[in-house]
Design a protein around this ligand. Structure first.
Ligand SMILES: O=C(O)CCC(=O)C(=O)O
Length: 342
Protein backbone atom coordinates (compact mmCIF):
# COMPACT_ATOMS: atom_id res chain seq x y z
CA UNK A 1 0.00 0.00 0.00
CA UNK A 2 2.76 2.40 1.10
CA UNK A 3 4.73 1.40 -1.99
CA UNK A 4 1.74 1.95 -4.29
CA UNK A 5 1.27 5.45 -2.89
CA UNK A 6 4.99 6.22 -3.36
CA UNK A 7 4.80 5.11 -7.00
CA UNK A 8 1.70 7.25 -7.63
CA UNK A 9 3.42 10.27 -6.09
CA UNK A 10 6.54 9.60 -8.15
CA UNK A 11 4.51 9.32 -11.39
CA UNK A 12 2.87 12.65 -10.61
CA UNK A 13 6.14 14.42 -9.81
CA UNK A 14 7.89 13.01 -12.86
CA UNK A 15 5.65 15.12 -15.09
CA UNK A 16 7.84 18.05 -14.04
CA UNK A 17 11.51 17.00 -14.35
CA UNK A 18 12.91 20.00 -12.46
CA UNK A 19 10.50 19.53 -9.55
CA UNK A 20 11.09 15.77 -9.54
CA UNK A 21 14.84 16.34 -9.52
CA UNK A 22 14.60 18.69 -6.51
CA UNK A 23 12.39 16.29 -4.52
CA UNK A 24 14.58 13.34 -5.50
CA UNK A 25 17.70 15.10 -4.22
CA UNK A 26 16.05 16.00 -0.96
CA UNK A 27 14.54 12.59 -0.26
CA UNK A 28 17.71 10.64 -1.09
CA UNK A 29 20.10 13.13 0.51
CA UNK A 30 23.44 11.64 1.52
CA UNK A 31 25.85 13.74 3.60
CA UNK A 32 28.95 12.34 1.93
CA UNK A 33 27.50 13.00 -1.54
CA UNK A 34 26.49 16.51 -0.56
CA UNK A 35 30.10 17.19 0.42
CA UNK A 36 31.26 15.93 -2.98
CA UNK A 37 28.69 18.10 -4.77
CA UNK A 38 29.72 21.16 -2.82
CA UNK A 39 33.03 20.72 -4.54
CA UNK A 40 35.46 20.28 -1.70
CA UNK A 41 36.82 17.29 -3.54
CA UNK A 42 37.41 17.36 -7.29
CA UNK A 43 36.36 14.58 -9.66
CA UNK A 44 35.93 14.39 -13.44
CA UNK A 45 32.25 13.42 -13.01
CA UNK A 46 29.72 15.90 -11.67
CA UNK A 47 28.38 12.96 -9.62
CA UNK A 48 31.60 12.59 -7.64
CA UNK A 49 33.68 9.45 -7.53
CA UNK A 50 36.08 7.33 -5.50
CA UNK A 51 39.35 8.74 -4.20
CA UNK A 52 41.08 6.91 -7.06
CA UNK A 53 39.22 9.22 -9.47
CA UNK A 54 40.11 12.42 -7.63
CA UNK A 55 42.66 15.11 -8.41
CA UNK A 56 44.56 14.32 -5.22
CA UNK A 57 45.09 10.63 -6.06
CA UNK A 58 48.91 10.60 -6.40
CA UNK A 59 49.35 12.65 -3.24
CA UNK A 60 46.92 10.49 -1.23
CA UNK A 61 48.50 7.29 -2.50
CA UNK A 62 52.00 8.42 -1.45
CA UNK A 63 50.67 9.39 1.98
CA UNK A 64 49.01 5.96 2.39
CA UNK A 65 52.24 4.23 1.39
CA UNK A 66 54.29 6.30 3.82
CA UNK A 67 51.84 5.57 6.63
CA UNK A 68 51.97 1.83 5.82
CA UNK A 69 48.19 1.71 5.21
CA UNK A 70 48.72 0.11 1.83
CA UNK A 71 51.39 -2.23 0.44
CA UNK A 72 53.39 -1.38 -2.72
CA UNK A 73 51.52 -4.13 -4.62
CA UNK A 74 48.15 -2.76 -3.51
CA UNK A 75 49.29 0.73 -4.54
CA UNK A 76 50.01 -0.61 -8.05
CA UNK A 77 46.51 -2.11 -8.12
CA UNK A 78 45.02 1.28 -7.16
CA UNK A 79 46.93 2.90 -10.04
CA UNK A 80 45.71 0.23 -12.45
CA UNK A 81 42.15 0.71 -11.23
CA UNK A 82 42.37 4.48 -11.68
CA UNK A 83 43.59 3.94 -15.22
CA UNK A 84 41.40 1.08 -16.46
CA UNK A 85 38.41 1.01 -14.07
CA UNK A 86 38.99 -2.69 -13.30
CA UNK A 87 41.12 -4.69 -10.88
CA UNK A 88 41.74 -8.42 -11.22
CA UNK A 89 42.52 -10.80 -8.36
CA UNK A 90 43.68 -14.18 -9.60
CA UNK A 91 42.83 -17.28 -7.57
CA UNK A 92 41.03 -15.28 -4.90
CA UNK A 93 38.36 -17.87 -4.07
CA UNK A 94 39.28 -21.50 -3.23
CA UNK A 95 37.68 -24.08 -5.55
CA UNK A 96 36.40 -26.04 -2.55
CA UNK A 97 34.39 -23.03 -1.32
CA UNK A 98 32.91 -22.54 -4.79
CA UNK A 99 31.94 -26.23 -4.93
CA UNK A 100 30.30 -25.98 -1.49
CA UNK A 101 28.37 -22.90 -2.63
CA UNK A 102 27.20 -24.49 -5.90
CA UNK A 103 26.06 -27.59 -4.00
CA UNK A 104 24.14 -25.57 -1.39
CA UNK A 105 22.59 -23.41 -4.11
CA UNK A 106 21.41 -26.50 -5.99
CA UNK A 107 19.86 -27.89 -2.78
CA UNK A 108 18.05 -24.60 -2.15
CA UNK A 109 16.87 -24.33 -5.74
CA UNK A 110 15.41 -27.82 -5.79
CA UNK A 111 13.74 -27.51 -2.38
CA UNK A 112 9.94 -27.53 -2.58
CA UNK A 113 8.73 -23.94 -2.47
CA UNK A 114 12.20 -22.50 -2.76
CA UNK A 115 12.36 -18.90 -1.56
CA UNK A 116 14.84 -18.04 -4.34
CA UNK A 117 13.82 -15.47 -6.93
CA UNK A 118 15.10 -14.93 -10.45
CA UNK A 119 14.94 -11.85 -12.67
CA UNK A 120 15.45 -11.31 -16.36
CA UNK A 121 15.50 -8.36 -18.74
CA UNK A 122 12.43 -10.01 -20.31
CA UNK A 123 10.42 -10.02 -17.07
CA UNK A 124 8.74 -7.02 -15.43
CA UNK A 125 9.71 -8.16 -11.94
CA UNK A 126 11.20 -11.10 -10.02
CA UNK A 127 9.58 -14.55 -10.15
CA UNK A 128 10.12 -17.65 -8.02
CA UNK A 129 13.00 -19.84 -9.22
CA UNK A 130 12.10 -22.79 -11.41
CA UNK A 131 14.50 -24.95 -13.43
CA UNK A 132 12.49 -24.10 -16.51
CA UNK A 133 12.93 -20.33 -15.95
CA UNK A 134 16.72 -20.76 -16.16
CA UNK A 135 16.48 -21.65 -19.85
CA UNK A 136 13.26 -19.92 -20.86
CA UNK A 137 14.24 -16.29 -20.25
CA UNK A 138 17.02 -14.21 -21.68
CA UNK A 139 19.74 -13.05 -19.25
CA UNK A 140 18.16 -14.93 -16.34
CA UNK A 141 19.87 -14.64 -12.97
CA UNK A 142 19.17 -15.85 -9.41
CA UNK A 143 19.20 -12.85 -7.12
CA UNK A 144 20.63 -12.25 -3.64
CA UNK A 145 21.19 -15.90 -2.74
CA UNK A 146 23.57 -14.64 -0.01
CA UNK A 147 20.41 -13.89 1.97
CA UNK A 148 20.03 -17.65 2.53
CA UNK A 149 23.51 -19.12 1.99
CA UNK A 150 26.53 -18.67 4.25
CA UNK A 151 28.68 -20.03 1.45
CA UNK A 152 27.59 -17.19 -0.88
CA UNK A 153 28.53 -14.69 1.83
CA UNK A 154 31.84 -16.49 2.38
CA UNK A 155 32.61 -15.96 -1.31
CA UNK A 156 31.36 -12.38 -1.67
CA UNK A 157 32.99 -11.28 1.58
CA UNK A 158 36.18 -13.24 0.99
CA UNK A 159 39.02 -11.35 2.77
CA UNK A 160 40.91 -10.67 -0.48
CA UNK A 161 37.79 -9.06 -2.00
CA UNK A 162 36.93 -7.11 1.15
CA UNK A 163 40.47 -5.75 1.41
CA UNK A 164 40.26 -4.23 -2.08
CA UNK A 165 36.68 -3.02 -1.61
CA UNK A 166 37.70 -1.19 1.51
CA UNK A 167 40.85 0.22 -0.03
CA UNK A 168 38.73 1.63 -2.87
CA UNK A 169 35.71 2.74 -0.85
CA UNK A 170 37.72 3.83 2.19
CA UNK A 171 34.89 2.58 4.37
CA UNK A 172 33.47 -0.81 5.34
CA UNK A 173 31.59 -2.24 2.37
CA UNK A 174 27.90 -3.16 2.27
CA UNK A 175 26.54 -5.78 -0.13
CA UNK A 176 23.28 -4.63 -1.76
CA UNK A 177 22.63 -7.18 -4.51
CA UNK A 178 23.98 -10.36 -6.10
CA UNK A 179 23.36 -12.12 -9.39
CA UNK A 180 24.14 -15.77 -10.04
CA UNK A 181 24.41 -16.73 -13.70
CA UNK A 182 24.59 -20.24 -15.11
CA UNK A 183 24.81 -19.01 -18.70
CA UNK A 184 26.29 -15.83 -20.15
CA UNK A 185 24.05 -12.82 -19.54
CA UNK A 186 24.46 -11.45 -23.11
CA UNK A 187 23.61 -8.14 -21.48
CA UNK A 188 24.35 -5.10 -23.64
CA UNK A 189 27.19 -2.73 -22.70
CA UNK A 190 26.12 -0.58 -19.77
CA UNK A 191 27.42 1.34 -16.82
CA UNK A 192 26.14 0.16 -13.43
CA UNK A 193 25.37 3.76 -12.44
CA UNK A 194 22.39 3.53 -14.81
CA UNK A 195 20.78 0.50 -13.14
CA UNK A 196 22.38 -0.17 -9.75
CA UNK A 197 21.19 3.04 -8.22
CA UNK A 198 22.73 4.56 -5.10
CA UNK A 199 22.13 7.83 -3.25
CA UNK A 200 25.78 8.63 -3.99
CA UNK A 201 25.84 7.28 -7.57
CA UNK A 202 29.56 6.68 -7.98
CA UNK A 203 30.10 5.06 -4.58
CA UNK A 204 29.50 1.61 -5.95
CA UNK A 205 31.67 -1.34 -7.00
CA UNK A 206 30.85 -4.47 -8.94
CA UNK A 207 32.57 -7.75 -8.03
CA UNK A 208 32.48 -10.55 -10.62
CA UNK A 209 33.55 -14.04 -9.53
CA UNK A 210 34.23 -16.94 -11.92
CA UNK A 211 32.58 -20.11 -10.59
CA UNK A 212 34.20 -22.16 -13.36
CA UNK A 213 36.93 -21.66 -15.99
CA UNK A 214 35.44 -19.30 -18.55
CA UNK A 215 36.04 -20.10 -22.19
CA UNK A 216 35.55 -18.05 -25.34
CA UNK A 217 32.08 -18.23 -26.86
CA UNK A 218 30.36 -18.83 -23.50
CA UNK A 219 29.20 -15.20 -23.16
CA UNK A 220 32.30 -13.96 -21.37
CA UNK A 221 32.36 -10.61 -19.56
CA UNK A 222 33.44 -7.76 -21.84
CA UNK A 223 34.30 -4.16 -21.01
CA UNK A 224 35.75 -0.96 -22.37
CA UNK A 225 38.90 -0.25 -20.33
CA UNK A 226 39.04 3.36 -19.13
CA UNK A 227 35.34 4.00 -19.88
CA UNK A 228 34.78 4.95 -16.22
CA UNK A 229 36.63 8.17 -17.09
CA UNK A 230 34.39 9.07 -20.03
CA UNK A 231 31.96 11.94 -19.59
CA UNK A 232 28.64 11.48 -17.78
CA UNK A 233 25.71 10.22 -19.81
CA UNK A 234 22.61 12.02 -18.58
CA UNK A 235 19.18 10.40 -18.63
CA UNK A 236 16.42 12.94 -19.28
CA UNK A 237 19.24 15.50 -19.44
CA UNK A 238 19.83 15.38 -15.68
CA UNK A 239 20.10 12.00 -14.04
CA UNK A 240 22.91 9.50 -13.68
CA UNK A 241 20.46 6.59 -13.29
CA UNK A 242 17.87 5.22 -15.67
CA UNK A 243 14.16 5.14 -14.82
CA UNK A 244 11.86 3.50 -17.40
CA UNK A 245 8.79 5.62 -16.50
CA UNK A 246 10.76 8.84 -16.55
CA UNK A 247 13.19 8.25 -19.43
CA UNK A 248 11.35 5.80 -21.72
CA UNK A 249 12.65 2.70 -23.55
CA UNK A 250 14.38 4.69 -26.29
CA UNK A 251 16.82 6.14 -23.72
CA UNK A 252 18.27 2.65 -23.23
CA UNK A 253 19.06 2.24 -26.93
CA UNK A 254 20.46 5.78 -27.07
CA UNK A 255 22.68 5.07 -24.08
CA UNK A 256 23.92 1.81 -25.61
CA UNK A 257 24.76 3.47 -28.93
CA UNK A 258 26.46 6.36 -27.13
CA UNK A 259 28.79 3.88 -25.42
CA UNK A 260 29.90 2.34 -28.74
CA UNK A 261 30.28 5.76 -30.37
CA UNK A 262 32.47 6.90 -27.47
CA UNK A 263 34.61 3.77 -27.80
CA UNK A 264 34.99 4.26 -31.53
CA UNK A 265 35.88 7.94 -31.23
CA UNK A 266 38.47 7.16 -28.58
CA UNK A 267 39.84 4.09 -30.34
CA UNK A 268 39.03 1.82 -27.38
CA UNK A 269 38.44 -1.88 -28.08
CA UNK A 270 36.46 -4.41 -26.03
CA UNK A 271 38.46 -6.34 -23.47
CA UNK A 272 37.39 -9.92 -22.71
CA UNK A 273 37.67 -11.47 -19.25
CA UNK A 274 38.59 -15.15 -19.58
CA UNK A 275 39.20 -16.08 -15.94
CA UNK A 276 39.95 -19.38 -14.25
CA UNK A 277 37.59 -20.65 -11.57
CA UNK A 278 38.09 -18.50 -8.45
CA UNK A 279 39.42 -15.42 -10.28
CA UNK A 280 37.75 -12.12 -9.50
CA UNK A 281 37.40 -8.75 -11.18
CA UNK A 282 36.28 -5.63 -9.33
CA UNK A 283 34.90 -2.86 -11.53
CA UNK A 284 34.20 0.83 -11.18
CA UNK A 285 30.56 2.04 -11.07
CA UNK A 286 30.97 3.79 -14.42
CA UNK A 287 32.94 1.11 -16.26
CA UNK A 288 31.04 0.15 -19.45
CA UNK A 289 30.66 -3.64 -19.40
CA UNK A 290 28.34 -6.39 -20.55
CA UNK A 291 28.12 -10.05 -21.54
CA UNK A 292 29.41 -11.18 -24.95
CA UNK A 293 27.22 -13.19 -27.27
CA UNK A 294 27.01 -16.93 -26.51
CA UNK A 295 28.34 -18.42 -29.74
CA UNK A 296 28.60 -22.01 -28.44
CA UNK A 297 25.06 -23.10 -27.81
CA UNK A 298 24.47 -24.52 -24.33
CA UNK A 299 27.89 -23.43 -23.02
CA UNK A 300 27.75 -22.53 -19.34
CA UNK A 301 29.46 -19.51 -17.78
CA UNK A 302 28.83 -19.93 -14.07
CA UNK A 303 29.49 -16.68 -12.26
CA UNK A 304 28.45 -14.65 -9.25
CA UNK A 305 28.28 -10.85 -9.21
CA UNK A 306 28.00 -8.69 -6.09
CA UNK A 307 27.25 -4.97 -5.97
CA UNK A 308 28.72 -3.15 -2.99
CA UNK A 309 28.57 0.40 -1.65
CA UNK A 310 30.11 1.98 1.45
CA UNK A 311 28.11 1.65 4.65
CA UNK A 312 27.12 5.32 4.64
CA UNK A 313 25.45 5.01 1.21
CA UNK A 314 22.01 3.58 0.41
CA UNK A 315 20.66 1.87 -2.67
CA UNK A 316 17.62 3.70 -4.08
CA UNK A 317 15.41 0.68 -3.42
CA UNK A 318 15.62 1.63 0.26
CA UNK A 319 13.44 4.63 -0.72
CA UNK A 320 10.95 3.14 -3.16
CA UNK A 321 10.68 -0.13 -1.20
CA UNK A 322 10.96 1.14 2.41
CA UNK A 323 10.32 -2.36 3.77
CA UNK A 324 13.65 -3.42 2.23
CA UNK A 325 15.71 -0.83 4.06
CA UNK A 326 17.01 -3.16 6.76
CA UNK A 327 20.75 -3.79 6.95
CA UNK A 328 21.52 -7.37 8.05
CA UNK A 329 24.73 -8.40 9.78
CA UNK A 330 26.77 -11.57 9.90
CA UNK A 331 29.76 -10.77 12.13
CA UNK A 332 31.23 -7.65 10.54
CA UNK A 333 29.59 -8.35 7.18
CA UNK A 334 26.73 -6.01 6.21
CA UNK A 335 24.15 -6.72 3.56
CA UNK A 336 20.73 -5.66 2.30
CA UNK A 337 18.31 -7.12 -0.24
CA UNK A 338 15.56 -5.64 -2.36
CA UNK A 339 13.90 -9.07 -2.73
CA UNK A 340 13.83 -10.82 0.63
CA UNK A 341 13.26 -9.96 4.27
CA UNK A 342 13.05 -11.84 7.54
O1 LIG B 1 27.99 -11.11 -15.97
C1 LIG B 1 27.63 -10.45 -16.93
O2 LIG B 1 27.57 -10.91 -18.08
C2 LIG B 1 27.22 -9.01 -16.75
C3 LIG B 1 26.86 -8.69 -15.34
C4 LIG B 1 26.55 -7.26 -15.17
O3 LIG B 1 26.52 -6.53 -16.10
C5 LIG B 1 26.32 -6.66 -13.86
O4 LIG B 1 26.18 -7.39 -12.88
O5 LIG B 1 26.26 -5.42 -13.76
Amino acid sequence: MQRKLLYQLKALLQKNTALYSAVYRLVTLNADYLRLKLGREKYPSRFGGLWTDGEGFEHELSASLRAGDITPDEAESMKAFRHSGALKIEGAIPGSLIDRYLGELDDLRTRENTPLMVTSTELDGPIQYTEDALTRYHSIRTVDDYFFLDSARDILFNPSIVRYLELLLRRPAKLTQSLNFVHGSQQGMHRDTAFVRMNSPMKLLGVWIALEDVTEGSGELIYFPGSHGWEDYLFSGRFKHYDRDRDGEQALDDNYLWMYRQAEQRGVGEERFLPRKGDVVIWHADLAHGGAEVSREGATRRSLVGHFCPQNVRPLYAYYKPAQRKVYTDGDRRYMSSYYRD
